[in-house]
Design a protein around this ligand. Sequence first.
Ligand code: GCV
Length: 723
Amino acid sequence: MLTVSTALRAVFAGLCLLAAGLAAAPALAEDGYELWLRYRPATHARAVTELVAAAATPAQAAARAELLRGLAGMSGHRPPLSDTVTRTGAVIVGTAASSPVVARLRLDTADLGREGYLIRSVVVDGYAATIIAANEDIGALYGAFHFLRLLQTGQTLDDLDVLEAPKVQLRVLDHWDNLDRFVERGYAGASIWDWHKLPDWRDPRYTDYARANASVGINGAVLNNVNANALILAPMYLEKVAALADVFRPWGIRIYLSARFSAPIEIGGLQTADPLDPTVRRWWRDKADEIYRHVPDFGGFLVKANSEGQPGPQDYGRSHADGANMLAEALAAHGGVVMWRAFVYSNEQPDDRAKQAYSEFVPLDGKFRDNVLVQVKNGAIDFQPREPFHPLFGAMPRTPLMMEFQITKEYLGFATHLAYLGPLYEETLRADTRARGEGSTVAKVIDGSLHADNLPGGAPTGMAGVANIGADRNWSGSHFDQANWYAFGRLAWNPQLSSQAIAGDWVRMTFSNDSAFVRPVVDMMMASREAVVDYMTPLGLHHLMGRGHHYGPGPWIAGGPRADWTSVYYHRADEDGIGFDRSATGSDAVAQYALPVAQIFGDAERVPEKFLLWFHHLPWDHDTRSGRTLWHELVHRYTRGVDTVMRMRATWDGLKGHVDAERHAQVAAFLTIQHKEAHWWRDASIAYWQRINGLPLPPGETPPPRPLEYYESLEFPYAPGGG
Ligand code: GCV
């Protein structure tokens, strides 16, 4: 018979077994939801003994809550709150207005502006402490995140002296999210905006989204696709937008909307959207007033006009400046801006697509209102794995130009290819336009310093990234794609940062501080984008992907509705050679760059080889710098790309013990997909070029395992993200 005591003993034994089992179990599986804000135990976090932080405003409360959460996670205990410093190891956060301690220290915060902060080791009332001080609450919040990052990345709190202020004002995520929750070029599931349940259901995920953005300094979000639905401006949606704005506000994030140029017709009942028509102008002014009644800190409009079939001012014989200025006028009274995209090209226009944005926009330089930024993609075609910097950078000295990067990997293998984009962003930002002599980098165009004397004082500056965020549990569709969101934010705050250093921070915060893990993973990330360039579009080739969905290789794509949506338009391969001649003997796109750059790009002997076939059409037996012929060099690079991915797999496999099983397994599986698809890109491309040039493979190279017809026959009607 089972007595009470034997039953108790059995229960106790069971609990012991359970405890032993738990102790022996591997670290709890992680699904990536926490991003880089995991706050796992960190060596120096225990040095924090108390927190002096007010919570009188939502932004102050956000900073305090984040510090408590982070410190509790990293040190194992929640530090006590205090109004004054009572012990060594205190952390004080705030502004002179929010914190008597900060006010008493009389810090010099003149250089911090509205969003900057300082973090300093100080002595307060005889106690060694750390102060995080700013002029405004939002600066203190950014400082709090920076302070947590120091601990997360294993740094001590000794002798701190950090001073940070953003170099770019508008640091914005562009969501290409439709109202039906489809995300154009999105590879992370449905849109996170659950429009149907808004405004009443405010998913806690919206707060986590805002936290993550604030942690890297992102301060704006365009909620809807640039291929816009006018309904977003209708009263029903404005209520939903207002609910999101309320959630984001404490985290310093302003909302922007993509405006459809024909909205006055579609939702306003007007006959025209002509920007010079007084009724249209009135309509936009009223609409702006209405939006600001819902969202008093609304940021402004993003506009794609007269591009890829979208309506715009040219439908009425007006210019881009006419269209942008009309909207800017409507927003000006409220402090809003217009981000007018320069991504325009027309199939009817016989000129090289790469030249069209420059040709249209340079004549408009100086004709935009003060609250307009022209938003320019990093390159002149479309977010390819590699493009030379857009010739508009440096060419519009009297217009604020805003960078548009793509974070989502439309052309770099979607979510399953590991491609860290930090080096791509850095390559563009550091490119020297030579517009005002040496050192006229794209970064200086973006931060406004290059043309500060031409622009009105206080001219806006900005950087946008097309978001890679969706409803997938891990936000970005893959664990490593989170790094691209992270790197975008850090570079938008400071375009001079090194992508390698950013990768290091991200790896430490997202996975582990163990240098035996950090080093190989950072190396792998730093090589990853170059690998994609190698196996997809080596030596300056571009736009060779599958039609429409942009998945997989399609160098054979020809015909169809538009020549500039085919691959043959871009590679121009024939039996004699390959590449787009954009030199003086060809489209002369090089002439759109400042002379010293044009001379280099225009000369096949001097152009950096990474851009060789972007600017030149060359014979297959052209000698490259390695001593190989062009054909052999191309094949060499395709194979090199595949081999790099193979090594990435081996590196990751070797790191199994360093990372939780769940994330390790998914990354490993995705690398396997990437390896397979890198092979596919190589093999299909080589098979296609061989059909054109009839040349044998270089010795030692493995032939494509299938005939070209096989690769050409593949179809992917349900590939994600198709536009
Ligand atoms: C939002 C490319 C993409 C489109 C995108 C467009 C743009 O063409 O394939 O999906 O449309 O760029 O940036 O406007």
